[in-house]
Design a protein around this ligand. Structure first.
Ligand SMILES: [Zn+2]
Length: 143
């Protein structure tokens, strides 16, 4: 496939390069504040299984390292090592369960009726956010 050079510069490489082989979806959201509801849309990154396994392995490795360091602390290691092992299991499972992430988004603020950029990261609705223009509290939800 041939690509026109001018068109190639318009591609947002950050969305393609990271994370590996995950796909993007656009979803509609609602923004509520003070009984007024407006609409918006978010770009959701669906994380691939290899990427999730890679992230999970990284988190597990860090917690295993912390556990090994805790073995070296005198007397306190009777408490810190079991806690570190529990934390290793908890954070490993928690990391693996993340299937979607919000990579970007924009919506209309019910207060100032201007477009603002939504929070990125966690895909757990309802999301508490603030307007980047008027700094008022908003609640993002799925319709
Ligand atoms: Zn606003």
């Amino acid at each position: 496939m041939l690509c026109h050079p001018a068109k190639q510069s318009e591609i947002d490489y950050r969305e393609i390069m990271t994370p590996a082989d995950s796909s993007l979806e656009i979803e509609q959201i609602t923004v509520t504040a003070g009984g007024v509801t407006k609409s918006g849309e978010i770009k959701v990154r669906i994380l691939s299984l290899p990427y999730r396994l890679f992230k999970t392995f990284g988190v597990a490795l860090i917690w295993v390292f912390i556990t090994i360091v805790n073995v070296l602390t005198p007397l306190l290691h009777f408490v810190t090592v079991p806690l570190s092992i529990l934390a290793t299991v908890y954070f490993t499972i928690k990391t693996f369960k993340v299937r979607k992430k919000i990579s970007s988004g924009s919506a209309i603020c019910p207060h100032c009726t201007q477009t603002f950029n939504t929070m990125t990261g966690s895909y757990k609705f309802p999301i508490k956010d603030t307007c980047t223009n008027c700094n008022k509290a908003l609640v993002l939800n799925r319709p």
